[in-house]
Design a protein around this ligand. Structure first.
Ligand code: SF4
Length: 338
C-alpha cells in the first residue's frame, strides 16, 4: 500500500488489516467480497467502515474475528492485532481471543442473547469464562458496566430476561457484554440500525464515552453516513470489496472526493435542505461474480470517463492522509506502491 496507508497513527495502532482478501468460492465462480483491503484502527478514536449492503464491510469484520464460513475463505493478507497475526492463529487460540481481546456486537441483540437466562447472568458468565472471574466479582463488575452503558436501575436490570427489556436496553446490554472483559478492540456491526433515532443517538453517545474512558478501540460498521458523522474520527468508504476513499472525518465531509462518497452523503437528511428530495445513487451494487471492467463504480458514476472503463484506478493520496480510488485524482499526488 502507499506510504500514507501504513503511516503509524499518532497514538499507535491496535489493529492493522493488511492487504486482506476474503473470497467466496461458489459454484458460479469466485466472489471477491474483500479485495486487497488495508485498514488501520488506532488506539484512540472510532474508525467507521461505511458502504451499502454487499460492499464487503461485514465480511471484513468477520474476517478479523475469523468467523467467515464456507464457501468464504481468507485467501491472503494479514490481520495484525497488537502486531500478532490473527490469520495464523489456531481455532483454539481464536476462541480465546474472541470475547477476550476482540468483541463484536451485531444489529439485532435478540439473536445474540439467550432468552432463558437473565441478561445479568449472561454478561457475568462472559467474564467468568474469559477472565476466570469469581461469581461475586463478575456480578459486581456487570452491574458497574450496566451503569456505564447507561442502563437505569442497573442492580434490578441484572435479573431481567431479554424479552423484558426494550430494544435500546437490549443493545446496551450487548455493549456491556462486549466491553466487560475490556477488549482491545470492539467491532460494532450496524449496532443502532434497528433502533429509533432518539435511542440511536443515546447509544452512539454512550459508545463515544466508552471509547474516551476505556482502553478499547472501536471499529464501527454502518451504511449510514449520519451515524459516521455522529461519532467517527476516521472513515473508510467501501464499495464492491474495495476501499474507495479514506480520510479523517473533517476531510471526508468538507472535501469529499469520490463520486460514491458524494452519493452516500447526499442521502443524509439535513436541516435546511428545504424538504428537497434526498439524493439516491442510481443503479445497484454490482454482483461480485461479474464486476464491471475498469472502475467498479463506473456503471453508477455520473462523472465516468472513457478511461474508467479500461483501467481500475489505484488509491491516490489527494490530500494529506486523504486517499481516493478514482481517475479524477490521478494527477493529485502519490499512488499506491506495492
Ligand atoms: Fe467515476 Fe471514473 Fe472515478 Fe470511477 S474512476 S468513480 S467511474 S470518475
Amino acid at each position: 500500500m502507499g506510504e500514507g496507508m501504513t503511516r503509524a497513527p499518532e497514538y499507535g495502532e491496535t489493529l492493522r488489516i493488511k492487504n486482506l482478501r476474503t473470497h467466496f468460492f461458489t459454484r458460479y465462480g469466485v466472489a471477491p467480497a474483500v479485495d486487497d483491503v488495508t485498514i488501520t484502527i488506532p488506539r484512540k478514536g472510532i474508525v467507521g467502515v461505511v458502504g451499502e449492503s454487499g460492499c464487503g464491510k461485514s465480511v471484513t469484520a468477520l474476517s478479523v474475528m475469523r468467523l467467515v464460513s464456507r464457501p468464504g475463505k481468507i485467501v491472503s493478507g494479514k490481520v495484525l492485532l497488537d502486531g500478532e497475526d490473527l490469520t495464523a492463529k489456531s481455532p483454539r487460540e481464536m476462541r480465546q481471543i474472541r470475547g477476550n481481546k476482540i468483541s463484536m456486537i451485531f444489529q439485532e441483540p435478540m439473536t445474540s442473547l439467550n432468552p432463558v437466562y437473565t441478561v445479568g447472568s449472561q454478561v457475568a458468565e462472559a467474564m467468568v469464562i474469559h477472565q476466570g472471574a469469581g461469581k461475586k466479582e463478575a456480578r459486581d463488575r456487570t452491574v458497574e458496566m450496566f451503569r456505564s452503558v447507561g442502563i437505569p436501575e442497573a442492580e434490578k436490570r441484572f435479573g431481567s430476561y431479554p424479552h423484558q427489556l426494550s430494544g435500546g436496553l437490549r443493545q446496551r446490554v450487548m455493549i456491556a457484554m462486549a466491553m466487560v472483559c475490556r477488549p482491545r478492540l470492539m467491532i460494532a456491526d450496524e449496532p443502532t440500525t434497528a433502533l429509533d433515532v432518539t435511542i440511536e443517538a443515546q447509544i452512539l453517545h454512550q459508545m463515544k464515552e466508552l471509547e474516551r474512558n476505556m482502553d478499547t478501540s472501536i471499529m464501527l460498521i454502518t451504511h449510514n453516513m449520519g451515524v459516521v458523522a455522529e461519532i467517527c474520527d476516521y472513515v473508510y468508504v467501501m464499495y464492491a470489496g474495495r476501499i474507495m476513499e479514506q480520510a479523517d472525518i473533517f476531510s471526508l465531509f468538507d472535501h469529499t472526493m469520490h463520486p460514491y462518497t458524494t452519493g452516500l452523503l447526499g442521502s443524509i437528511p439535513r436541516s435546511g435542505r428545504g424538504g428537497g428530495r434526498l439524493y439516491n445513487i442510481r443503479g445497484m451494487v454490482p454482483s461480485l461474480l461479474s464486476l464491471p471492467k475498469g472502475c467498479r463504480f463506473r456503471p453508477r458514476c455520473e462523472r465516468a470517463m472513457p478511461e474508467c472503463a479500461e483501467h481500475e484506478p489505484e488509491l491516490y493520496e489527494a490530500g494529506r492522509g486523504h486517499w481516493v480510488r478514482c481517475h479524477l485524482y490521478r494527477d493529485s499526488g502519490g499512488g499506491e506502491t506495492r
